[in-house]
Every structure is written in structure tokens, then in C-alpha cells.
Design a protein around this ligand. Structure first.
Ligand SMILES: *[C@@H]1O[C@H](CO)[C@@H](O)[C@H](O)[C@H]1NC(C)=O
Ligand SMILES: *[C@@H]1O[C@H](CO)[C@@H](O)[C@H](O)[C@H]1NC(C)=O
Ligand SMILES: *[C@@H]1O[C@H](CO)[C@@H](O)[C@H](O)[C@H]1NC(C)=O
Ligand SMILES: *[C@@H]1O[C@H](CO)[C@@H](O)[C@H](O)[C@H]1NC(C)=O
Ligand SMILES: *[C@@H]1O[C@H](CO)[C@@H](O)[C@H](O)[C@H]1NC(C)=O
Ligand SMILES: *[C@@H]1O[C@H](CO)[C@@H](O)[C@H](O)[C@H]1NC(C)=O
Ligand SMILES: *[C@@H]1O[C@H](CO)[C@@H](O)[C@H](O)[C@H]1NC(C)=O
Ligand SMILES: *[C@@H]1O[C@H](CO)[C@@H](O)[C@H](O)[C@H]1NC(C)=O
Ligand SMILES: *[C@@H]1O[C@H](CO)[C@@H](O)[C@H](O)[C@H]1NC(C)=O
Length: 428
């Protein structure tokens, strides 16, 4: 009898200790401060900022843990990462749930490569915004001042070699670097440092240097070009990002990323489907070039910050997936099949018989829902046009003079030795 009681008491005490440690730990997370925080510790504590996002990653997913979908998010749209597909998902969510968007006055840029300004976006009465999905350089000081503390931060990155190829092509970098060979990737990777004087593009109007061959991903995430060699600062900064971001999607694992996103955000299956027909995909001679091990080693050294960023979030993605438990893969399998079915319907039958709808039966992953012409239309509309629709809802005025000059156009100016500019209508 006595031993039973002793055993019971020990178990109780252990349980209490466990709860206490758990309590302290969860409170510690509450005050955890990102090492690269732009706020002083004191400011942060005064603001009593709750954790950016109460993550569900460390317990297996279960529909019942989803009390309420998360409807506040900032999607940092990076360049040349195939972000059209993801942006469509975020825009659709915004439209279906009537969320308030912090949207650029014109075009798809809030700012770039300069810090955001009050003149750059459509102000709504009350200044309370739910979502953002335009291009901007991630700036947490600014974003925290515009979005409530429970906002989820999301982005998308891709493997750095594919990114370099895409940038070479899109920004006409061979012209900037004065490389005339048919395989500019190979030429460049022989000795990237040799081109440093040319690859660093200087935007005079805002005193910002950007290098499209180097850490462009990290740049979009707020890490300056000048920090390319400072790996200690890069590590600190990326640790901070890992803490700030709910999820960074990977282009190479988009389906896994979206299934995980839906779980972390408590969204529904229909919110994260996308059209399987690829869009905006370029084809060019060096796209399939596989660099030699030596060239790859050069790239890893040259783009060290982007590699650190990618490797960190690649590990982070798989860690979060592992924590979901095995039914994650069942859901992934279901998601892929459903995505095929919906794409097939939207690209075929729906076009022939516009009034016919597709009913997706309820499963353990999703309640029943109906795919109709409007669903297909929004899913197949480009980011540009949907931004236009969303902007029109927020403001009636066309403010074309605030159209921010796209980086590709400014780069063309640099190549031609012409001045770089901010807006089409005026300069700040
Ligand atoms: C959408 O939001 C606006 C303002 O945020 C509100 O006036 C309107 O009633 C909402 N519409 C629907 C369908 O919820
Ligand atoms: C970030 O935004 C804040 C607030 O608008 C601004 O003061 C700061 O200069 C910005 N930082 C960078 C690196 O642009
Ligand atoms: C790069 O530019 C600087 C100043 O314009 C010059 O001094 C330097 O020699 C250049 N380096 C190379 C490798 O061309
Ligand atoms: C431009 O920015 C650099 C740091 O990035 C700074 O050292 C320099 O003083 C700035 N120049 C001007 C003219 O503001
Ligand atoms: C892409 O380009 C390569 C080489 O230029 C060519 O062989 C291939 O057929 C192209 N693919 C498509 C789908 O156009
Ligand atoms: C991402 O991580 C996975 C799992 O560790 C690994 O197999 C894969 O090679 C990584 N991807 C890249 C592009 O590094
Ligand atoms: C996809 O369509 C096929 C054929 O209509 C159907 O048998 C299957 O159940 C559908 N799967 C999903 C996930 O909707
Ligand atoms: C489709 O539905 C609309 C309204 O519900 C109707 O006016 C139209 O005639 C229908 N079209 C076809 C081809 O059935
Ligand atoms: C989408 O935008 C383009 C301009 O980029 C325009 O020509 C086209 O008509 C728009 N499509 C729709 C359906 O509004």
C-alpha cells in the first residue's frame, strides 16, 4: 500500500515539474528575441509582442487543433522563384475571405530595393490590414508597425543554382557582365569574383547596391548585398528569419510546402490547390546546364548567404514535415490527386460546358466543396490581373504615377549607362 502511494506521489511530482518546465518554456518563447532584431530588447518587451505565430509544428496535426483559420499573413514575394503560383493562392484566399490588403498604388511593388514609404500603397480608413503579397524587401520594423502581432510571415525561395540561371536570363545579366559566350553560367562560374565590379548594380537614386548573381534571395529577405562575406552576420540574420517566418515554401517541394502551409494556417484544401498547367516558364539554352563540381564549389562560395538561407529553410521544412506524423503523406497523396482532377476540370470540361460544376466529396482532409467557373477563373488569372481586381476594390483612383520602376527596367538602364529611377511619374 505504502509503495503504491509513494509511486503515485512521485509520478504526481514529476508531472507537476514537467508542467512547470513546459510553462516556463512556453513563456520563454514569448519573450524570445530574434538576434537580428532592429528593436532594442527593451522596446520589444514594452511592446509585449506575442510570438509571431503559435506554431502547431511540434504536435501531430489533427483537424481538431484548428479552431480558426489564420487570416492575417504577409507573403514576401521573392524574385525569379516561380512565385506566380503561390501568389495566386494568397490572392484567392484574400478574395474568398474578403480580407483587407495592403496593396501597392500601382503595379506589383510596395517598394524595391528601397525601404517602404507611406506614399507607396493604398491607404484604407482605419489603416488595419490583413494581408500583403506584393514585392518588397522584407523589413520587419516596418511590417510590425503595419500588421498585428499574430500575422503569419511566409515566403518562397528556390535552390540557388536554378535561381542564378533564371536571373541570368531574366535580367540580361550576361550583357551586364559583358559575357558573350553561349553558356554564360559556365563562363561566370569559372571565376565569379572577376565580375564583381560589373555584377554589383548600383541604384543611385536610393543608394542601394544589388547583385543579381549573388545573394538575391537573401536581399529580398532584407539582408544587404554588402554582407556577402560576413557569414557571422548572415547566420544571425537567417536565424532571425527562421524565428520570424511561419513557413518558407520551397519551389522544389511546392506540394509538400502547400500541404504544410494549409495545416499551419488551418486553411482548407480548396484554398491551396493550384493549376497544374505551368505558367510563365522560360526556356533557354543554358537552363539544363549542370556545372562541374569546381564551378558548383565556386557558386557555393559566391552565393554563400543564399545557400545558407536555402539549406536552413530546407532543413526547417523537412523538420516541420517530420513533426506532422505519417498522415502528412496520405494527405499529400490526396492533395496531388485532387489538384490533378481540378486542373483537368478547369482546363477541359469547364471550358466546354461552363455551367457544369465539379463537386469534391468530403474526406478526412476536407469538407465537401464545389469547383465552379468562378473558382477556375480566379485560379487561372495572373497575379497581375488579380492585384488589379483587389486594388480596384480598395481604391477607385488609378494612381499610375506611383508605379514603381521594375528592377528589370532599372537594370536595363544600368546596362545602357542611364540613370536609375523610382517611379514613372516622379522621383522622391
Ligand atoms: C467585405 O469587407 C468590407 C470591408 O472590409 C465590408 O464592407 C463588406 O461587407 C465585406 N463583404 C463581405 C461579402 O463580407
Ligand atoms: C526598415 O523600415 C524602417 C521603418 O520604416 C526604416 O527606418 C528602416 O530604415 C528600414 N530598414 C531598411 C534596411 O531599409
Ligand atoms: C573595380 O573597380 C574599382 C574602382 O572602380 C577599380 O579600382 C578596380 O581595379 C576594379 N577591379 C577590377 C578587378 O576590375
Ligand atoms: C550609401 O550607403 C552606404 C552604406 O550602404 C553609406 O556608407 C553611404 O554613406 C551612403 N551614401 C550616401 C550618399 O548616402
Ligand atoms: C528548350 O530549349 C532546348 C534547348 O534550347 C530545346 O532542346 C528544347 O526542346 C526546348 N524545350 C521546349 C519545351 O521548348
Ligand atoms: C533538401 O533537403 C533534403 C533532405 O535533407 C535533401 O535530400 C535535398 O538534397 C535538399 N535539397 C537541396 C536542393 O539541397
Ligand atoms: C479524381 O477523379 C477520379 C476520376 O473521376 C476519381 O475516381 C477520384 O476519386 C478523384 N480524386 C480526388 C482526390 O478527387
Ligand atoms: C448557364 O447558366 C446561366 C445562369 O444560371 C444561364 O443564363 C445560361 O443559359 C446557362 N448556359 C448554359 C449553356 O446552360
Ligand atoms: C489582364 O491584364 C492584361 C494586361 O497585362 C490585359 O491585357 C488583360 O485584358 C487582362 N485580363 C483580364 C481578364 O482582365
Amino acid at each position: 500500500m505504502g509503495t503504491t502511494w509513494k509511486g503515485f506521489a512521485t509520478v504526481t511530482v514529476m508531472l507537476l515539474c514537467f508542467l512547470l518546465v513546459y510553462y516556463i518554456q512556453s513563456n520563454m518563447t514569448f519573450h524570445k528575441i530574434s538576434p537580428f532584431s532592429t528593436f532594442g530588447q527593451k522596446t520589444l518587451l514594452q511592446r509585449r509582442r506575442p510570438p509571431p505565430f503559435k506554431s502547431l509544428t511540434f504536435s501531430s496535426w489533427d483537424q481538431s487543433t484548428c479552431l480558426k483559420p489564420r487570416q492575417k499573413f504577409v507573403f514576401i514575394k521573392t524574385h525569379k522563384t516561380g512565385s506566380m503560383t503561390s501568389v495566386n493562392i494568397f490572392q484567392r484566399y484574400t478574395i474568398h475571405h474578403n480580407l483587407t490588403t495592403l496593396v501597392a498604388k500601382a503595379g506589383g511593388y510596395i517598394s524595391w530595393p528601397f525601404p517602404p514609404a507611406e506614399t507607396d500603397y493604398v491607404h484604407i480608413p482605419g489603416e488595419r490590414y490583413d494581408v500583403l503579397f506584393n514585392h518588397m524587401v522584407y523589413n520587419k520594423t516596418w511590417l510590425w508597425s503595419k500588421f498585428p502581432a499574430n500575422t503569419a510571415y511566409i515566403s518562397l525561395i528556390r535552390e540557388p543554382l536554378g535561381h542564378l540561371k533564371s536571373c541570368m536570363r531574366f535580367y540580361s545579366l550576361p550583357q551586364l557582365l559583358r559575357i558573350t559566350s553561349t553558356n554564360p553560367i559556365k563562363t561566370f562560374l569559372r571565376d565569379p569574383w572577376r565580375y564583381k565590379n560589373l555584377s554589383e548594380a548600383y541604384f543611385r537614386f536610393c543608394n542601394v547596391t544589388w547583385d543579381g548573381t549573388r545573394n538575391h534571395l537573401a536581399f529580398d529577405m532584407g539582408y544587404p548585398t554588402e554582407g556577402a562575406e560576413d557569414m557571422e552576420a548572415a547566420e544571425r540574420y537567417i536565424k532571425g528569419l527562421e524565428y520570424d517566418f511561419t513557413l518558407v515554401l520551397l519551389l522544389e517541394h511546392l506540394d509538400e510546402s502547400f500541404v504544410l502551409l494549409r495545416r499551419l494556417m488551418c486553411w482548407e484544401m480548396q484554398d491551396v490547390l493550384y493549376d497544374s498547367v505551368p505558367k510563365n516558364v522560360g526556356n533557354y539554352s543554358y537552363k539544363s546546364y549542370t556545372p562541374t563540381p569546381r564551378e558548383l564549389a565556386n557558386l557555393r562560395r559566391w552565393k554563400a548567404v543564399d545557400y545558407l538561407l536555402y539549406d536552413t529553410f530546407n532543413r526547417s521544412l523537412w523538420r516541420k514535415i517530420a513533426a506532422q506524423g505519417p498522415n502528412f503523406y496520405q494527405e499529400l497523396y490526396y492533395y496531388r490527386e485532387l489538384k490533378r482532377n481540378v486542373s483537368f476540370y478547369c482546363n477541359g470540361e469547364q471550358k466546354r460546358k461552363p455551367n457544369r460544376t465539379l463537386t469534391v466529396e468530403a474526406t478526412k482532409w476536407s469538407p465537401q466543396f464545389v469547383v465552379d467557373a468562378e473558382y477556375c477563373r480566379i485560379m487561372q488569372t495572373t497575379a497581375w490581373n488579380l492585384t488589379e481586381e483587389i486594388r480596384q476594390k480598395a481604391s477607385r483612383k488609378e494612381e499610375g504615377r506611383w508605379l514603381i520602376i521594375r528592377p528589370v527596367l532599372n537594370l536595363r538602364s544600368i546596362i545602357k549607362g542611364q540613370p536609375t529611377l523610382t517611379n514613372t511619374g516622379l522621383n522622391r
